[in-house]
Every structure is written in structure tokens, then in C-alpha cells.
Design a protein around this ligand. Structure first.
Ligand SMILES: [Zn+2]
Length: 389
């Protein structure tokens, strides 16, 4: 691929630096060669002089094959691999078009995420670059159980090892119940300390980490004490839970869309009054506690949890909860890359990083709703969307 110079009306590079007017990003072989003000002679130019340019978004928590608005998410995971792959093809295209260039997948059955990651890398289908968990580790009577459960230290180890052998990038373990599923407690642990430790050890040993589904309370604290790298959701976390996360430098992965967006669970299982009541309750708790949590110094990033294309909603929700627009954009880019441990490669627009960037009509630093107007997405230097106008 030849050298390409991208003229940016405003460049937000994701490093935390102030935005720069009329910057030029030079891309060579899918990577960023330089960021400055001049284009190298003879380089083809992509003119985004009327747009806001920033790093591609990092969605830290999703599931490729699920659409929450269809209801029965675990039932969707239990379908055969073909319907799941077909659904994922549509879902991942939506995610990419909305600006997500890197996405962490937090549990699929049949190892469809391995096939999807490879198909995207090969250019067979389009979608964000995927980081995958393969099968989520869930207890027999716990939340998140799809086709199999893993009980006892040995089964947890075997499950983690099989996922890692098949190509998982990280290990996902469901520690507490969910806020929208019946029959499990959202703050107590389905797993023992020893089982959680086994998942963490297996991940550690191959140089990666475990991510824990946990909403708060004793389950969340057990996962943090045993060394998980990220806590997923944490919708019911209290100040003590967050203080422990800060102490252990564990990432909080916020997932607002799934229980707040009208296309989330509300459109699916939320049609059952008992589920909708639980979600309204979770919304009230989050509205009360998250302004404090997000200002506490805990490291946070965000994910859509399968509400495909909803990263702009996540970032707008952060702002509604008191996060500054700049910090919200960093949560969606650089911090997401750090949480997923791919910040050497993505998350900022700096020389050597992958050329993953998005162009927006409007200025999200002034109005985060502009994130709904992503008009160009570039991944590895290749664009989809409008270049000309
Ligand atoms: Zn999830």
C-alpha cells in the first residue's frame, strides 16, 4: 500500500494532548508513519479538512452473535454455529460502521469467535479487529451458562486451557449473577475463591489475564482479590468495591447500553415486567453511584455488551454521568486499548500504531451526540464509508 496523507480539520490523537487544527496524519503500510502539518511530496491525500478525526473506538465488551433486542440472549448463544455466524456478520458490520475498530468479545459458543476473528483478518467479512474469549466460564447454577458449565478447580482449568489452546486472547469468568436474569444473585459469587484463582492462574501462565463478570459486593471483591484484570459491568458496585479496584489497579468496564438503551434488553426480555422492574432499579442505582465511581480515580473504559453500534451511546452516557468529554473520548480509545492490553498497537494516533481512525461530522468535545455521525472509518489504513463529498 502506498503512502497516504490524511488532512484532518481537527485531530484528537487520543494521547490526552489538546486537539490540533489542520493536522496531517501520514499512513504507510497500514500504520501511522507520522503526525504533523505537512504531507510528504507525492503522497495521495485524503481530505478530511471539514471533519473531527480521532482514533478508532475500542469496545471492551461485546458478543458478536447476540442481539439483545431479540430476547433470550443465552438462547441465542445456544443456536448452531451457522445462524450465529450469519448474525455476527451483520452485527460486526454495524459496529465497524459506528466507529469501533477493535472489539473484545466476551463469550461465544462453538468457537465462532475464532472463525470470525480469522475471517475479518482475512478480509472475508468486515468488522472490528477482534480480541476473543472463546467460551465464557460459568458455574452450573451461575449466570452466563450457555452450552456448558465448568465446576470445580479442575474443570475451570480445563475450560480455560481449551479456550487458550483454541486461540483465546483472554479468559472470561462469570463470577456473580446478572441484573436482568432471574434466579441468580447479582452480588454473590457463583464460584469459590479457588475456582476464580484457577482461571486467573491459567491466564497468567500464558501471559494474558482473566476478566470477571461481576456486578458488585462479595463476588466482585473475591474476583479482584484473586487477581482478575478487568471487572465487567459493576453496576451495583459500592464505594468499598471501587476502592479495592483502585488499590489493585483493576479496570472497570462500563456497559450502559445493554440496560439503558431502548434497543438493549428493554426491547427483548424487558418486555417481561419483572425484568423491566429490575432494569429500572439498576438504572436508578447507576445514576446515583456512577458519578461518584467515575470521579474516584478508578481506571475505566466501556463496552456495548452486544448493543451493536452503540459505542456513541456509551460515550454520551459517560458524559451524562459527569465525565468530561475529553475523558469520555479517552475512555473510548486509549483507555480501552490499555484495559484490553493492546495499547502498544491501537488507541492513539501516534507513529508506529495501526492506522485505525474515524472521522466525525461535528465536534464531540462540544457535543458528544456528534459521535452518532461517524462518516468514515479506517482500519489498518483501509477505509469504509464516505471519503468524498
Ligand atoms: Zn457480556
Amino acid at each position: 500500500m502506498a503512502v497516504r496523507a490524511i488532512r484532518c480539520g481537527t485531530l484528537f490523537d487520543g494521547t490526552g494532548a489538546d486537539p490540533v487544527r489542520n493536522a496531517v496524519v501520514v499512513v504507510r503500510d497500514g500504520r501511522i508513519a507520522s503526525v504533523g502539518t505537512a504531507a510528504p511530496p507525492g503522497a495521495a491525500t485524503l481530505d478530511l479538512g471539514d471533519r473531527f478525526v480521532m482514533p478508532g473506538l475500542v469496545d471492551c465488551h461485546s458478543h458478536a452473535s447476540i442481539v439483545p433486542g431479540l430476547g433470550d440472549q443465552l438462547g441465542q448463544l445456544c443456536r448452531g454455529p451457522v445462524p450465529q455466524a450469519l448474525a455476527a456478520t451483520r452485527n460486526l458490520r454495524l459496529d465497524l460502521a459506528a466507529g469501533t475498530t477493535t472489539m473484545r468479545i466476551m463469550g461465544e459458543e462453538h468457537f465462532v469467535d475464532v472463525e470470525l476473528r480469522d475471517a475479518i483478518e482475512a478480509g472475508t467479512i468486515i468488522g472490528p479487529r477482534l480480541l476473543i474469549a472463546c467460551r465464557g466460564l460459568a458455574a452450573n447454577n451461575g449466570h452466563g451458562r450457555a452450552l456448558a458449565s465448568y465446576d470445580g478447580v479442575d474443570e475451570v482449568r480445563r475450560g480455560a486451557r481449551e479456550n487458550l489452546r483454541r486461540g483465546a486472547n483472554h479468559v472470561k469468568i462469570f463470577v456473580t449473577g446478572g441484573v436482568s436474569s432471574p434466579g441468580t444473585t447479582p452480588t454473590s459469587s457463583a464460584y469459590t475463591r479457588e475456582e476464580i484463582r484457577a482461571a486467573v492462574e491459567e491466564a497468567d501462565r500464558v501471559g494474558t489475564y482473566a476478566a470477571a463478570h461481576a456486578h458488585g459486593g462479595p463476588g466482585l471483591r473475591l474476583a479482584v482479590q484473586e487477581g482478575v484484570g478487568t471487572i465487567e459491568h459493576a453496576a451495583l458496585a459500592d464505594d468499598e468495591d471501587i476502592a479495592l479496584m483502585i488499590e489493585r489497579r483493576v479496570w472497570l468496564i462500563c456497559t450502559f447500553a445493554i440496560f439503558m438503551h431502548p434497543n438493549g434488553i428493554e426491547q427483548g426480555d424487558g418486555q417481561r415486567p419483572a425484568i423491566m422492574d429490575k432494569m429500572r432499579w439498576a438504572r436508578r442505582v447507576v445514576a446515583e453511584t456512577f458519578p461518584r465511581h467515575l470521579a474516584s480515580g478508578v481506571r475505566f473504559a466501556c463496552g456495548t455488551d452486544s448493543v451493536h453500534g452503540a459505542m456513541p451511546f456509551e460515550l454520551q452516557t459517560l458524559v451524562r454521568l459527569g465525565v468530561s468529554p475529553r475523558e469520555a473520548l479517552l475512555a473510548g480509545t486509549r483507555r480501552g486499548a490499555e484495559a484490553c492490553r493492546v495499547d502498544k498497537d491501537v488507541g492513539t494516533l501516534e507513529p508506529g500504531k495501526r492506522a485505525d481512525l474515524i472521522a466525525i461530522d461535528g465536534d464531540p468535545l462540544k457535543d458528544m451526540a456528534a459521535m452518532e455521525r461517524v462518516s468514515l472509518v479506517m482500519k489498518d489504513g483501509v477505509t469504509c464509508g464516505r471519503e468524498e463529498r
